[in-house]
Structure formats: structure tokens, C-alpha cells
Design a protein around this ligand. Structure first.
Ligand SMILES: *Cc1c(COP(=O)(O)O)cnc(C)c1O
Length: 230
């Protein structure tokens, strides 16, 4: 299937999942995860109307998107993979949103960097909602402390939460992970109102479940660009 057709098909599936759960299709943004695929693939997706992309590595994203952004100013790219401190500076200049903020030290690093640059930086806090996954704040308490820390930096625009469900066929376990994120969001919204619009959850194998559970942004790679050779 071509990338153009795959995007249409994914959008249709998003619409259907929204309709099933009484939501409007406009509530859910599609982030096309282009990691390990080249600029040509991104261009094809762009020409099919796709504007938001996700990448998991700073260097790879920089090579691909620095050029693309010059000629297509409305293209957006989010970081969805783990960020090392020594790459934070490059990341802050490149990504429209860093979704994978998963520890306090990184908040401090990004907070200071953005203050020096005097430019805003949207971030999401990543939550570990499944035993098996490695990254993310472990619970709502840790998220509350992280939110407090992030809000102390005026240039950091805290916009919501991100998670990865366990990689499994067990639908109940997947739903449980997404519900854990929604519960944390509700708690945080009560404490720090107006900062949690974005709920980034759902990938190629589980995005319809994520939409049923309240996702506002789904990150989809394989179902759009095909298998990656890694
Ligand atoms: C790779 C990746 C995705 C996309 O995964 P697919 O299964 O290819 O849709 C989504 N989110 C994160 C954090 C990823 O690393």
C-alpha cells in the first residue's frame, strides 16, 4: 500500500473509533512516526496532507527535518523517544514538542536551556503505565512533583501526558495502561488546571483502543510507512 493510501486508511480508522466512542474526529491528532524512514517518505506523507510527524532520535530527526522545515514551514515534528541530557540543546531547537520528558533532571535541563534561548518549548510528561516499560514517571505523585518543577520554568509549556501501553495482545492490559494515564491526567488537572489538553497514547497496534479510552494524539508508524528494518 502507498503511504498516501495508508494515511487515508488510518484516518478512516481514527474516524470510526471516534464515532464508536461518541467523539468527534477533530479531537484526535495523528502523529505520523517516521523514524527509520527517509525524507522522501515524509514528503509523500506531507503531500497527502499530513503535517505532524514523530521521531525517536534527535540526530536522525535533525538530518531529516531541518531541511524539510525550511521549505515547508507548517510541518511539525515531535520527539517521542528517550532524550539524553547532552542532546537536550539540539532537541529544544528542533522539536515542536518533546513528548518523552521522563525524569526531573531533564525538566531542569530543558527549563534552563529554554530560558537561555528565550523561546518556548512544549513538553509532555511521559508516564510508565506498564511494568515492562522502562521509561516514564512511575505514578501520579511523581508526575505531580514533575509538574510543579516544570511550571517553575516560564518557557516550558506543559501540555499533557504521554504513555506507551505494554506490547501484548492482551487487550485488558492495554486498556488498563491507557486508563492509568487518564486517571493521572484527571488528578493533575484538578491540581494544576488547564495544562493537560494532550493525551498522547496509541500506536499502530492499539490506537483504536486508545481513542476509545480518550487519546487526543495517536503516534502511528508501521501502519503508515510499513515495517522498519530494525
Ligand atoms: C516507534 C514508536 C511509535 C510508533 O510505533 P508503530 O507501532 O510503528 O506505530 C509510537 N510511539 C513511540 C514512543 C515509538 O517509539
Amino acid at each position: 500500500m502507498s503511504i498516501t493510501k495508508a494515511i487515508l486508511r488510518v484516518r478512516e480508522r481514527i474516524e470510526n473509533a471516534c464515532a464508536r466512542s461518541g467523539r468527534s474526529g477533530e479531537e484526535v491528532r495523528l502523529c505520523a512516526v517516521s523514524k527509520f524512514h527517509g525524507a522522501t517518505a515524509v514528503e509523500e506523507a506531507y503531500n497527502a496532507g499530513q503535517r505532524l510527524f514523530g521521531e525517536s532520535r534527535v540526530q536522525e530527526a535533525s538530518g531529516k527535518f531541518a531541511g524539510l522545515k525550511k521549505t515547508r514551514p507548517d510541518i511539525q515534528v515531535h520527539l517521542i523517544g528517550g532524550l539524553q541530557r547532552n542532546k537536550a540543546k539540539a532537541a529544544a531547537g528542533l522539536f515542536d514538542c518533546i513528548q518523552s520528558v521522563d525524569r526531573d533532571a531533564l525538566i531542569d535541563e530543558l527549563g534552563k536551556l529554554t530560558q537561555e534561548r528565550g523561546a518556548g518549548q512544549a513538553i509532555l510528561l511521559e508516564m510508565r503505565t506498564a511494568e515492562a516499560s522502562k521509561s516514564g514517571f512511575p505514578d501520579a505523585d511523581a508526575l505531580c512533583r514533575a509538574a510543579e518543577k516544570a511550571l517553575a520554568y516560564p518557557e516550558l509549556a506543559l501540555s499533557g501526558l504521554m504513555t506507551m501501553a505494554p506490547f501484548t495482545n492482551d487487550e485488558k492490559a492495554i486498556r488498563r495502561a491507557f486508563r492509568t494515564l487518564v486517571t493521572a491526567r484527571n488528578l493533575l488537572e484538578a491540581r494544576f488546571p488547564g495544562r493537560w489538553r494532550c493525551l498522547s497514547m496509541g500506536m499502530s497496534n492499539d490506537f483504536e483502543i486508545a481513542i476509545e479510552e480518550g487519546a487526543t494524539l495517536v503516534r502511528i508508524g508501521t501502519a503508515i510507512f510499513g515495517e522498519r528494518d530494525v
